[in-house]
Design a protein. Structure first.
Length: 343
């Protein structure tokens, strides 16, 4: 009746929280603002993101996760505790900590996995279950991961992209890349430096990517004004960029993603490749929303590519489904060190 079960997609760009029986209740940026003088947390989530690049010297707006893993343990712990407290039904929370299922990138190290587990435990969690994000995303979009068929998913997040072929509750072949949303933003910042001698903020680069970014030319050209600091004069300047500029900036990274996908397919058993050709590849994560990305993959791979419904919440919805069937789905979870019997 009173649920203490939470699913968390602990992302580099955004943290999403699912509460059993209620659905997705939090979708906030993974940003924390800290007062360096007092050590106090000033803001978390959306409020903290507004401060990125705009704080005085003594306030630091930080992203505690870099490339999908915890880079600042204390700040990540503060952020997790804040989100957990927001969703737990107050008067019942003191009986026992909530059961939490957390999605992490595939192929992260045992040390990095333990950091996530410890941060959740120290934030008040009871049992902490870890699941790899491509598996959680596949479950979230209802792919038949339990069956002996090839399911291929490309999960493009903020810090990392996961490419995986899943069959019989396991990842058969896969890759984890640092080419994702943040890398595309950096590509745009670098392009503006090289082409326009203009220094951009990350927020401006992201806005340009979302507004006019596209991977293939489609109909009329798009353009927008971007503002930054002139690298020659040091004064503010505005330039007009087009979708062609953004495409030129990000294309090297996109080609890297396509090449990695080809490598995963090459490592996949032929029977599963046959399934993938028939069933297609599904894209999830915020990066899947980039215009023309699915079509670019399809034309290069000669395999149908689909964007999942609501790709941003695929991982957290998967953690929710795992929570609903936790005992039946324990095999797909990342094993806890304590669960592994000694040799």
């Amino acid at each position: 009746m009173f649920s203490n079960s939470i699913g968390i997609d602990l992302g580099t760009a955004n943290t999403l929280v699912y509460v059993k029986g209620k659905g997705v209740v939090i979708n906030e940026p993974s940003v924390v603002a800290v007062n360096e003088k007092t050590g106090q947390v000033v803001a978390i989530g959306g409020e903290a993101k507004k401060m990125l690049g705009r704080t005085p010297g003594h306030i630091r707006a930080v992203r505690p996760l870099v490339e999908g893993v915890i880079s600042d343990f204390e700040v990540a712990q503060e952020m997790l505790a804040y989100f957990i407290k927001r969703v737990i039904s107050g008067r019942f929370s003191y009986f026992s900590g909530p059961t939490i299922v957390i999605g992490v990138p595939s192929m992260i190290t045992n040390v990095e996995t333990r950091a996530v587990r410890d941060a959740a435990k120290n934030s008040g969690a009871g049992e902490v279950c870890i699941v790899e994000e491509p598996m959680a995303a596949a479950i979230g979009i209802r792919l038949p991961v339990h069956e002996p068929v090839g399911n291929m998913i490309i999960d493009i997040g903020g810090g990392t992209s996961d490419i995986a072929v899943i069959s019989l509750d396991g990842i058969v072949s896969g890759k984890n890349l640092k080419i994702a949303g943040d890398k595309l933003n950096q590509d745009i910042i670098q392009y503006a430096k090289d082409e326009f001698k203009l220094l951009l903020g990350e927020k401006t680069a992201e806005e340009a990517k979302i507004a006019i970014g596209s991977v293939i030319k489609d109909g009329e050209g798009l353009e927008m004004a971007i503002r930054g600091r002139d690298m020659v004069t040091g004064l503010p300047r505005e330039v007009i960029v087009t979708d062609v500029d953004i495409r030129e900036a990000i294309m090297k990274s996109i080609n890297g993603l396509i090449a990695a996908t080809k490598e995963v397919i090459e490592e996949t058993p032929p029977e599963l490749v046959s399934d993938i050709m028939h069933r297609g590849i599904v894209m999830a994560g915020g990066g899947a929303l980039l215009k023309g990305l699915a079509q670019a993959f399809e034309s290069e791979l000669k395999i149908p590519v689909f964007v999942a419904d609501d790709p941003l919440t695929a991982v957290v919805r998967g953690t929710g489904i795992i929570l609903e069937n936790l005992d039946a789905m324990r095999d797909i979870l990342v094993q806890n060190d304590e669960d592994i019997p000694p040799r």
